[in-house]
Write a protein that binds this ligand. Sequence first.
Ligand SMILES: Nc1nc2c(c(=O)[nH]1)N[C@H]1C(S)=C(S)[C@@H](COP(=O)(O)OP(=O)(O)OC[C@H]3O[C@@H](n4cnc5c(=O)[nH]c(N)nc54)[C@H](O)[C@@H]3O)O[C@H]1N2
Ligand SMILES: Nc1nc2c(c(=O)[nH]1)N[C@H]1C(S)=C(S)[C@@H](COP(=O)(O)OP(=O)(O)OC[C@H]3O[C@@H](n4cnc5c(=O)[nH]c(N)nc54)[C@H](O)[C@@H]3O)O[C@H]1N2
Ligand code: SF4
Ligand SMILES: [Mo]
Length: 742
Amino acid sequence: MFAATSAPTRAGNRICPLCESTCGLLFAMDGRRIVGVTPNPADIFSEGHSCAKGIGLAAIENDPSRIRKPLLRNATGRFQEVTWDRAFAVIDERLPEFVGDDPGTCAVYHGNPAAHHLDSAFYLGELLASLGTRNVYSPASVDTWPKNLAQLLLYGSGLGITVPDIDRTDYFLVLGSNPLISNGSTMTAPGMHRRLDALRARGGTLVVVDPVRTRTADIADIHVGIRPGTDALFLLALLSVISRERLFNPSWIPDVVDNVAEVLAMVTEFTPELVAGPCGIDAAVIYRVAREFAASTAAVAHSRIGTCLQEFGTLTNWLVEVLNVVTGNLDRPGGAMFSLPPGGGPNTWPVTKPPRLMYDRWRSRVRQLPELLGELPAACLAEEILTPGPGRSRALITIAGNPARSLPNSNAVEAALQELEFMVSVDCYLNETTRYADVILPPPPLATRGHHDILLAHFQVRNVARYSPPLIPLVDGEFAEWQLMLRLAAAATGRGDRPIADMDAAAAAVAARRAATVTGTTTDHVLTSTAQRSGPARILDMRLRSGPYGDRFGANPGGLTLEQLENSPNGIDYGPLQPRLPGVLRTPNGRIDLAPAMIMADLPRLRSSIDRPTAGLTLVSRRQPRGMNSWLHNALRQPHSGLCALLMCSQDATARGLLSGDRVVVRSKTTAVTTELRVDDALRPGVVSMPHGWGHTGSGMQTPHAESAPGTNYNALVDDVQLEPLTGSPIVNGISVAVSLA
Ligand SMILES: Nc1nc2c(c(=O)[nH]1)N[C@H]1C(S)=C(S)[C@@H](COP(=O)(O)OP(=O)(O)OC[C@H]3O[C@@H](n4cnc5c(=O)[nH]c(N)nc54)[C@H](O)[C@@H]3O)O[C@H]1N2
Ligand SMILES: Nc1nc2c(c(=O)[nH]1)N[C@H]1C(S)=C(S)[C@@H](COP(=O)(O)OP(=O)(O)OC[C@H]3O[C@@H](n4cnc5c(=O)[nH]c(N)nc54)[C@H](O)[C@@H]3O)O[C@H]1N2
Ligand code: SF4
Ligand SMILES: [Mo]
């Protein structure tokens, strides 16, 4: 794609930072430029798997539209390139005004790519502490929260969640996910096709529950074409069959589980006959899946975004766990297991103080929505800016996020961004969100970063450890993102004159915390034994060495260190997942309450949905092979137009007199948008589908390719008022829409 100016001077291993698959790639470098990307066949985890996005990283990194120098908005409202000194002079002057009041009038939104970077994992906390803000948002609350909350209540940790042991299961029940396109989520398993083929080859069964016959559903043994938002009823009916036919053996259920009988009694009334109508499926399919699941040697149910961003998200994700538990598939090979992340995490470190539920420790100002895992629901970002009164968010820092396209009611989000008194974005594009910033700070080239998936290691389907060292150094005019976060932290506290290195309190804090978990070591010893490194690499070394495979700073010779990973460019394999109960639990009493009161209290809401009329169309979201949420459309040419089309089955199209290629208006209770229609019988009647992350329209951006095929913004249609009640997640899937000729 890019002609090399000379023979590639250097090649190196890189873990792809784009999606949760974490494929091992090989970068060919010509000086500082990536000139080729190929899959790494020797990577111990991905074994040569990759996709068009990973291979596209050269085009993504070399995109001429990218921001490479700080941009400052001038008096006429236009952006101009400025020096870092100038950019930071403005930030030093303006930012302190929004700092230090409770709960903090400077909000922070950190987006999806930040979840793949060590910089944010280790340094965002420094910035948040300096800002003194509780107005912290991320896409987690428009992505995984219902799953996080369900598992927090069951297992005590919002991140240490169960993952399907896909390589050893005999029965894989997937709800609300299309891993052949998304490459999987909360299931880090590069090479999805190969893994699903292997499942079939060993005689296993794949069941996909999805209103759309997706690519994954297409290869499934059973496709349950469910009506959106009814998964909880479907799962209750599976459990009802299992309970009434006594298809479980109490001795399979781990001793640490309480209230199994209560749950099995509660589910019985939800018979297949009762739910078949609302779910829009045959009762016979429910009986079949229930009996097969229960009879399998190893079965696992796995749920993702289609089950999270819907009306009954937390209930559904709880019931998925209940199904795994009562059929004896929790914490056993081929079932739902816990990974053992090499860098450690909340459910690997020894318990030093009584665990505290990371939920509802504070609430949002306007609507009193509960905090989860240290953040507020991003669905209330706009109202926190737009609603007057003390504590109003008047400033915003975005880091690697595009809330103007990712959050519900994006028109309100954009209106809010315009109301801000000050906004800083750390981002590589001038896009739908960053166009409202006062200052945009660009991240450095990807190849300057070290990469280890500290977060995604919690979701790995196999215990592996890998690290990609930086391939090129930072040069003058480039800052690592962790340095930018520290520099912003310095500005927030009026100490912009301090050298960045002096601001780095993270290493000492992590050293103290990790020393406390490793017998026989001290903070000083941790600091001296990692002193040759700095920034995220030093903290990563601390985490790996104090982690489950670590050298314990010398006490466990031969144990894992960052140096060992640097010497193992293709990674180290610690084998398949191992049972971890009961030590993995971080609930207050160290046990699993299968019937958390908070979730049980939401059951009447579900029960009352059974009698609801089901006429009309509901809209669901989908992903596309070459996109990554909103941000690859400029760099990666999309293969054909109409990618963004509204898909509708022929029966619904005929009833409305619509044909493929028609421009149509899609109207929700929030607003109306126009798009192209594609008739596609992969959709069940009554359901239409559209991708998110499009709608590259409006002025002031610097994304010419994306703007030339702008597509339609799904999230304009999504309501930010009616939310999933337990988590405040938006109801993205299953929203009521009307479709007519434009
Ligand atoms: N190519 C590509 N890959 C990606 C991304 C991308 O944008 N592009 N994004 C990445 C990110 S950030 C994430 S979080 C993951 C998400 O990964 P997935 O969770 O696999 O997400 P989707 O591919 O959107 O699949 C969601 C499916 O849920 C179905 N669905 C909608 N409503 C319902 C419902 O009520 N019930 C059920 N059972 N199903 C429903 C939809 O039809 C859709 O097929 O993908 C990641 N990978
Ligand atoms: N309707 C609907 N809405 C959804 C979803 C859905 O399925 N349907 N999915 C939701 C999900 S799962 C997610 S994760 C969110 C995504 O929500 P966001 O994270 O807000 O959106 P992205 O499109 O991933 O935006 C990434 C931003 O990071 C920038 N960026 C890329 N690389 C870097 C980097 O290295 N450093 C920095 N500083 N910036 C970088 C890009 O330019 C872009 O501005 O969207 C959510 N919204
Ligand atoms: S599947 Fe995900 S991790 Fe693998 S190459 Fe594609 S984008 Fe990168
Ligand atoms: Mo996501």
